[in-house]
Design a protein around this ligand. Structure first.
Ligand code: ZN
Length: 236
């Protein structure tokens, strides 16, 4: 059914969340179950408060996350999406992920709602550097400012431009496909509703049930995203 909708739709959006990245071996740092970083609550470390008042631990946490990211790669699902984008089957990718896997797989024009872990930037002059700086223990800009990860921290709002673009895209969508998002936080749980209200179809592929399941035209639970996309790709 999804392959038919993909062919028919004139504006398809793919919206990805943490579940997309865990299939690349990247742990979901927000998940309470993962116990990723010592015994600390990641939501406290990935915050503006920690950056200002607990900087050593903030830096150590991001060094760890950047190192982990550099060991992981996009998986077959990212590759298929990049291919579909080139073939005109999907028109926009919007992601909650900060790993840059979509771009690494060849996707372009990706809207990153939560920023990126691939770069760090100066909190004073905003000059941007490769995130490898953190691995190399370099945390200061040439101007003397602190280099911070280019991700949205707890305590910060989403980048306005990215959010605005995502909103406009949602209003245009004929087909909105959620891949690996639990749809529990805003705007993840608002954008698909906008797409639906604007007349689009909603497809949700997520390991667990989500609060928006009742809105969906097609639901796929308990399956790996990479496998689902491969099956659909073979039918196209
Ligand atoms: Zn600077």
């Amino acid at each position: 059914m999804l392959e038919k909708w993909l062919k028919e739709s004139s504006y398809t959006i793919v919206f990805t969340g943490a579940g997309m990245s865990t299939e690349s071996g990247l742990p979901d740092f927000r998940s309470a179950k993962s116990g990723l970083w010592r015994t600390k609550n990641p939501q406290q470390l990935a915050s503006t408060y920690a950056m200002q008042h607990n900087r050593d631990e903030f830096i150590a946490f991001y060094q760890y996350r950047i190192r982990t990211l550099l060991k992981c790669k996009p998986h077959v699902g990212h590759m298929i999406l990049a291919d579909w984008q080139k073939r005109g089957l999907i028109h926009q990718i919007i992601t909650q992920n900060v790993d840059g896997f979509h771009q690494q797989a060849g996707s372009t024009n990706v809207i990153e709602l939560h920023g990126t872990l691939r770069t760090v930037h100066c909190s004073r002059c905003r000059r941007t550097y490769d995130a490898k700086r953190y691995v190399d223990e370099q945390f200061t800009c040439t101007c003397g400012g602190f280099l911070r990860p280019s991700v949205v921290l707890f305590g910060e709002s989403l980048p306005y431009d990215a959010f605005e673009q995502a909103w406009t895209a949602a209003e245009r969508a004929d087909l909105w496909i959620v891949l690996g998002s639990s749809l529990q936080v805003s705007p993840a749980n608002e954008l698909p509703v906008i797409a639906k209200r604007s007349g689009g179809k909603l497809v949700i592929v997520n390991m667990e049930p989500t609060p928006l399941d009742d809105w969906a035209d097609l639901l796929i639970h308990g399956r790996k995203i990479g496998e689902v996309l491969q099956e659909i790709d073979e039918l196209l």
